[in-house]
Design a protein around this ligand. Structure first.
Ligand code: G4P
Length: 525
């Protein structure tokens, strides 16, 4: 196979959802179709068992085990599919945001009864920023849920994206009969079955009596009406709009019952993008360029304190990556060679000799890499990562063992480079403030500092609402603001000015009083 074809056949994507919508189940069914696993229930994925939600050690153990499932690669038809797993737990949302920098498209899973939920909304914001093509799978059609037309309206308004159904359900819950595949123009009849694929019937003409035979006259009548309405309301599916992130095709099904999943996958491989050009600071990098380039989007620490090695995950942006070839680590300005790069096939890790643009390889690392680092064949390129988003919880970091100050500083620095949390330094009293998206990370940091760096910390809570990166064209007002808010002014890791707002109301007042100051809720603007 030619170099070009290798790249063209790659589909690298993530499945995202609010917890419990069915992400793990859908992932598993996709692997089943790809022949990568043979029985349902084989994938534990990054799914964190509900009983363990308050016990982060257990969670980390499960996450540790799931390194192998961080990326699941398999061949399907002529395509090479890479599914990037994202943590099921909301407290690890930052991890998910970063994973989204490494994918070329996304499938969003929505629970038919719950519609758009909080986490889906947040993740969609990240997709929108990056113009990532999005496909939507409405799951759990075997249960009673919302009216499908209402759901489509909800998707459009809540996720701020145009939608176009490419399949349509015939009832739901107890009376669910199947879906009509608008894209392929055939009918899938529903038979609950967790292991095998459901029956598909070719319907040459939706108006023929054949349809009535399969689903009964009243439902056939309703389906014809619904389809007419869909064609009336929604313009024909436009792939270009999908690729530019403006339009999301929507599918209905039941992941648990293996229903509607194959249709989703077949359509996905056909329309989803192959590796896309990536913007570096210097220029746009085309995946088909021969020279290798890539960036680190995730670092997975080893939970065994005796082996502090990590796995750094590289997304290949262009060319071919080869084992034992020298590549340049741009930030450190040094050449590095990797003797055991790992690829991820289904649930196995294996050493690979080569990988192509679109693929993810895991590199063993002893502290050389930070999130966002670029590796190339020699050219000085810097890929832009994802901006940091405002954390939602803040604590002062206290050193609990003054004899171990150096260890604490080193540990905190490395954990922040790994992207565990964000560190701010107060301008007012030089104290360090750690911000996270969930309470669990504070426990993770405390535990890891102790076990990996022999340092002890404790937390002193601060009640804050948001971190705002601020800028202004008016230096006088900018200085006046910083003076007024001196107690709440901090610097981030890059030395940028950040204002920690105490409450929504106080932020609103500040925005009103200082109209020449721009308040941003992410570090890139
Ligand atoms: P997540 O990764 O998005 O968090 O969700 P996951 O796949 O674990 O699914 C959450 C729950 O929803 C699971 O039930 C799963 O079996 C169920 N589920 C997934 N797809 C469907 C579907 O199409 N129809 C129905 N009726 N249920 C579905 P659970 O009881 O929480 O877990 P388990 O004991 O079944 O694993």
């Amino acid at each position: 196979m030619s170099f070009q074809e290798e790249i063209r056949r790659r589909r690298t994507f993530a499945i995202i959802s609010h917890p419990d919508a069915g992400k793990t189940t859908l992932t598993e069914k996709l692997l089943l179709f790809g022949g990568a696993i043979h029985v349902a229930g084989a994938v534990k994925s990054n799914k964190i068992r509900k009983t363990a939600t308050s016990d982060w050690m257990e969670i980390e153990k499960q996450r540790g085990i799931s390194v192998a499932t961080s990326v699941m690669g398999f061949d399907y038809q002529d395509y090479k599919i890479n599914i990037l797993d994202t943590p099921g737990h909301q407290d690890f949302a930052e991890d998910t945001y970063r994973t989204l920098t490494a994918v070329d498209s996304v499938i969003i899973v929505i629970d038919n009864a719950k519609g758009v939920e909080e986490q889906t909304r947040k993740l969609m914001n990240v997709c929108r920023m990056r113009k990532t093509p999005v496909m939507i799978f409405i799951n759990k059609m075997d249960r009673e849920g919302k009216d499908p037309f209402d759901l489509l309206d909800e998707l459009e308004s809540e996720l701020d994206i145009h939608v176009r159904p490419l399949s349509w359900p015939i009832n739901q819950g107890f009376s669910f009969k199947g879906v009509y595949n608008i894209y392929e123009e055939n009918l899938q009849l529903y038979t609950p079955n967790k292991q095998s694929i459901s029956e598909s019937v070719e319907i040459s003409d939706i108006n023929s009596g054949e349809l009535d035979k399969f689903i009964g006259e009243p439902d056939a009548h309703q389906l014809r009406q619904d389809l007419e309405l869909i064609h009336g309301i929604y313009p024909a599916f436009d792939r270009e709009k999908y690729l530019s992130g403006e339009l999301a095709p929507v599918f209905f099904g039941s992941a648990l019952n293996n229903f509607g999943v194959k249709e989703l996958l077949d359509c996905f491989v056909e329309i989803a993008p192959s590796p896309r050009p990536v913007q570096a600071q210097e220029r746009v990098v085309n995946p088909y360029e021969e020279a290798f380039s890539g960036f680190i989007f995730k670092i997975h620490a080893n939970m065994d304190p005796n082996h502090r090695s990590c796995i750094a995950f590289v997304k290949i942006c262009s060319g071919k990556f080869e084992r034992n070839v020298n590549y340049k680590h741009i930030r450190q300005g040094k050449m590095m060679r990797f003797s055991s790069p790992t690829a991820f096939m289904a649930q196995k890790k294996e050493i690979v000799d080569e990988a192509y643009a679109g693929d993810i390889v895991g590199l063993h690392d002893n502290g050389n890499f930070k999130i966002g680092d670029t590796l190339t064949g020699g050219e000085d390129l810097h890929f832009k990562g994802l901006p940091s988003f405002s954390p939602e919880m803040f604590n002062y970091l206290e050193n609990a063992d003054p004899m171990k100050t150096k260890q604490l500083e080193k540990g905190i620095r490395q954990l922040m480079d790994e992207g565990v949390a964000q560190l701010f330094t107060s301008e007012f009293n030089r104290r360090k403030i750690v911000g996270t998206v969930g309470q669990l990370q504070f426990e993770v940091i405390q535990y890891r500092l102790l076990h990996e760096y022999n340092a002890q910390c404790c937390w002193e809570p601060i009640s804050l609402y948001k971190a705002c990166w601020i800028e202004s064209d008016d230096p006088v007002q900018f200085e006046a603001f910083k003076k007024r808010k001196a107690q709440f002014m901090v610097k981030d890791k890059q030395g940028r000015d950040v204002y920690l707002a105490e409450s929504p109301y106080i932020l609103q007042m500040a925005q009103r009083d200082f109209e020449h100051i721009k308040f941003h809720f992410s570090s890139e603007f």
